[in-house]
Design a binder for this molecule. Structure first.
Ligand code: HEC
Length: 109
């Protein structure tokens, strides 16, 4: 059983239900350096809290592809997203629902 530190919870501005906690830890470790802990973007990557990234515009499949294979720059001027080292389908199965939870909790859709 994975022990999730208090630190991981306090990094976000939401209280994460336990079922998304693993996804949060993985997101913060692998994605937040570019997309931001609160998914509002950084100088290295775009916000995922953006109408582009609603399920109706970028379905879960594009999230899996991004995490596993990277993305060629097309919407923004941040450059390409490189494939994320050590990423796996099973990790993405935790990360994608966490992102969707967060987007919905923040009323993106
Ligand atoms: C090194 C920086 C970096 C990291 C780390 C990173 N991304 Fe990205 N990501 C980017 C950039 C830059 C883009 C924008 C590409 C573009 O111009 O459309 C992007 C785009 C995306 C997109 C849009 C995909 C599309 O089809 O347009 C998704 C979804 C995404 N990232 C998810 C993730 C997830 C999930 C993780 C962690 C597993 C992650 N990213 C880690 C930099 C990063």
């Amino acid at each position: 059983m994975t022990v999730i530190s208090q630190q991981a919870y306090s990094a976000s501005d939401l209280v994460t239900p336990f079922r998304y906690a693993k996804g949060q830890v993985l997101f913060e470790k692998n994605c937040s350096s570019c997309h931001g802990v609160t998914m509002t973007g950084t100088d290295k990557g775009p916000p995922l809290m953006h109408a582009f990234y609603k399920p109706s515009h970028h379905g879960d499949g594009s999230f899996y592809r991004a995490g596993l294979k990277g993305v060629k720059a097309h919407h923004w001027n941040f450059g390409d997203m490189p494939p994320v080292p050590g990423m796996s389908e099973s990790k993405m199965k935790s990360i994608v629902p966490y992102i969707r939870f967060y987007q919905q909790a923040k009323k993106l859709y």
